[in-house]
Design a protein around this ligand. Structure first.
Ligand code: IVH
Length: 744
């Protein structure tokens, strides 16, 4: 057996073979990552392969040859670029994956430094492209990529176009510009600008990038500096290489000097004394990874004192005075199995990605909204692609881009359906120029009806026990009987036990929403929702009928919320009913009269008038009236101030569901102040496409940023919900995503 064969060094043939295979694979992946800017595996997968090789070499040190990927750095420079040697070699970093490994490194430091006092310099580990700038007498003479650490690619012309990198160091009055200094740092592409970059590339027929890191590397190495000059590349300095005429005692002090000379240093660096403080820094940025405008994959901890760095020295690959504490990955690669569409409460048709389920940032993800057909196109993804999926902690999962190099030609472009997948009506935009397509069959499209029924039973509306999502589906689109008991929400309060008992529904997997299949027969599982095996009513019947009875006595604002009028959240409904107190009065009011309600603007008022103008809506009202639903609030209900009173907000960029004025109005309708500039006092920045510098400022100041969907949550559920928006949506299905967005 092969495993028994050992060579002269006592290494089993199988192990040696595995080590060779791993080394080859790792070199190939490095080539793709560093040279082609188009890796085909995620960082996590790469790390797993690397750790396997390290473990083998740990057991069989003879395999640890100097050219092993465990002993070398980066990738060879690309053949078609000019190669230049670094003055001083660029090393890599050793990793700590957990606190224990960090503690081991610290123990080792204490041992090697034999009681010498030192400080830790904590920095973010920027996930970008390593770069080495050579300044001679203050002039930027060369910019090189890291390459294999000894030789890099010359990207001077491109780097010169990056605004924040000075082509000449500024004399800060100290007249101490060194004769020579190598400045090391990371070039990055801001996460927020990434989607636009891919959209433009797709439009121009270029391959989209898989993620912001590849974008930084790809752009920095482009052939034409004029193109690079158009790009929002940034740099952060994180080290010094060779130097002549520059004496430094601490790395942190060196950064102060570099900043004074005009170089871009990190804002988040922190010098601390104890390892507990180091761990606090690590925890803080693990929790706040998304407050930083670039991707980070960990924290780099360094001994701050330069003489001690010298005493500690380096291995062939990495310094002993620094370590990278790695965070769990936020990006994984997975297969895009399909792109489906979901029809929401207001008929908006939203494409969403169906992916091979993967675990990322602590949850299993199988779906991600793709917003609309323009977004699908802009991302450049095809059905069948391997895609990079990003899930940043509590933030909703997002498909970043395709791994183009893994395509085999069988991938298919997504085609937006022309007809509603649930009722076959022809889809169309609500207004000319809208990117969103809608199903116009508001009354009886089963999807819209199901979502409306689910909404009207919700906590913020009639709060009906026994009417959750499955029950809403059972009432509007049961498998049996063929005719659902509800054709619209008008008959809701007239439901009878006889109507409920025959209802059968598909059994679905709560996690994926997919119908469950019987292992033996291969058929979809079906169950009676309201009847037991003897055909008698289950408890669900009583709960639902009692819930409906109780709902008839709910206050008027809940009834108004339950009607699914566009822009009318529960808070708006409270404001309106506090003024009108009678549904019939509201139904007959003009837009001007409704807009006269404090915090209600003309867009909301118009939506209310339009709703009551529809005949079938009036029929719902009449049926509910006959069923005994309360349409009048007795007594003077206290006027409730808008839920966003006291908040300061900023709106920037182009939103999908609102014009800029519409968004402002909706915010003001809820009592929020809308200002033109972002400051530390801003509570939320609502950001659409092409947001510009206000977005950057919000990120820099750590102000919460909401996109269209987050904005819908803010309007519907208030500031706490908006802050927890992401948390609430962890593990969401596209239905709930659309429901949140449908509020707009
Ligand atoms: S110090 C000799 N500090 O991470 C030590 N590196 O995985 C050199 N990186 O090659 C690195 N952020 O390109 C350092 N704050 C930071 C960093 C950082 C990102 C990159 C750097 C390095 C790679 C190692």
């Amino acid at each position: 057996m092969a495993a028994d064969l050992t060579d002269a060094e006592g290494i089993p043939a199988e192990v040696r073979e595995r080590a060779v295979t791993l080394a080859k694979e790792l070199e190939e992946h490095r080539f793709r990552y560093y040279v082609k800017d188009a890796p085909t595996v995620s960082d996590a997968e790469f790390d797993t392969l690397m750790r396997e090789l390290e473990a083998i070499e740990e057991t069989y040190p003879a395999l640890r040859t100097p050219d092993s990927p465990t002993q070398t750095v980066g990738g060879a420079p690309a053949a078609d670029m000019v190669k230049v040697d670094h003055v001083e070699r660029l090393l890599s970093l050793d990793n700590a994956m957990n606190d224990e490994q960090l503690d081991e490194w610290v123990d080792r430091l204490h041992k090697d430094l034999a009681g010498a006092e030192f400080h830790y310099l904590c920095e973010l580990k920027i996930d970008g492209l390593a770069i080495n700038l050579l300044y001679e007498n203050g002039e930027l003479v060369r910019a090189l990529t890291r390459g294999d650490g000894r030789t890099g690619e010359d990207v001077t012309a491109n780097v010169r176009t990056i605004d924040e990198i000075p082509v000449r160091l500024r004399d800060d009055g100290g007249h101490d510009i060194p004769e020579l200094v190598e400045i090391r740092g990371e070039i990055y592409f801001p996460i927020a600008k990434f989607a636009d970059l891919n959209a433009k590339r797709v439009e121009d027929g270029d391959k989209p990038f898989a993620n912001p890191r590849n974008a930084a590397a790809g752009v920095a190495r482009m052939k034409d500096p004029r193109t690079v000059a158009q790009m929002p590349l940034h740099m952060i300095v994180h080290g010094i290489g060779a130097r002549r005429g520059f004496d430094i005692d601490c790395q942190s002090h060196a950064y102060d000097k570099l900043r004074a000379w005009g170089l871009p240093t990190a804002r988040h660096n922190k010098v601390v004394k104890t390892v507990d403080e180091v761990k606090e820094f690590i925890r803080y940025f693990d929790d706040n990874r998304n407050s930083v405008e670039h991707e980070i994959d960990g924290v780099v901890v360094k001994v701050d004192e330069i003489p001690l760095q010298g005493r500690l020295g380096a291995t062939s690959k990495a310094p002993r005075w620094a370590i990278a504490f790695k965070y769990p990955p936020q990006e994984v690669n997975t297969k895009l199995l399909d792109i489906k569409v979901n029809v929401g409460r207001t008929g908006r048709v939203t494409p969403y990605a169906v992916m091979a389920p993967v675990t990322v940032a602590g949850t299993t993800v199988a779906y991600a909204t793709l917003h609309n057909q323009d977004v699908v196109k802009a991302k450049g993804v095809l059905i069948g692609d391997t895609v990079v999926l990003r899930k940043a902690g509590e933030i909703i999962p997002e498909v970043l881009g395709p791994v183009v190099d893994l395509r085999d030609g069988t991938e298919q472009a997504f085609v937006m359906p022309t007809h509603c997948p649930e009722c076959d009506s022809e889809l169309r935009p609500m207004k000319e120029g809208d990117v969103d397509l809608r199903c116009p069959n508001a009354r009886s499209c089963p999807a819209q009806l199901r979502e409306r029924v689910f909404h009207l039973a919700g906590r913020k509306a009639l709060d009906i026990d026994g009417l959750g999502y499955v029950a809403a589906t059972a009432l509007t689109q049961p498998l049996e009987p063929a005719e659902p008991p509800l054709r619209d929400e008008g008959d809701l309060f007239d439901l009878t036990v006889e109507q409920l008992l025959p209802i059968k529904v598909l059994v679905r997997d709560p996690k994926t929403g997919m119908p469950k299949v019987d292992d033996e027969t291969g058929e979809q599982k079906v169950m009676s929702f309201f009847a037991n095996q003897q055909g008698e009513p289950k408890k669900a019947v009583e709960v639902l009928l009692e819930g409906l009875e109780a709902a008839k006595k709910q206050p008027l604002w809940r009834v108004l919320t339950a009607l699914s009028i566009r822009h009318v959240s529960d808070t708006t409904a409270r404001a309106i009913t506090a003024e009108f107190r009678d549904l019939d009065r509201l139904a007959n009011a003009t837009a001007e009269e409704i807009a006269a309600v404090d915090t209600v603007g003309p867009i909301v008022a118009e939506a209310v008038v339009e709703w009551f103008a529809e005949d079938w809506h009036r029929e719902i009202i009449e049926k509910w009236r006959r069923a005994g639903v309360r349409f009048v609030d007795e007594g003077g209900a206290e006027k409730v101030p808008g839920a966003l009173t006291g908040l300061t907000t900023v709106v920037t960029g182009t939103l999908v569901n609102f014009t800029r004025d519409g968004a402002k109005e909706a915010l003001e309708a809820e009592g929020a102040k809308v200002t033109g500039s972002v400051s530390k006092k801003t509570d939320f920045v609502v950001v659409g496409d092409n947001p510009g510098s206000k977005y950057d400022k919000a990120v820099a100041l750590g102000v919460p940023v909401l996109d269209d969907e987050g904005f819908a949550v803010l309007l519907a559920d208030g500031p706490d919900a908006a802050r927890a928006w992401v948390a609430a949506r962890a593990g969401e299905t596209p239905e709930s995503a659309d429901e949140a967005a449908a509020e707009g």
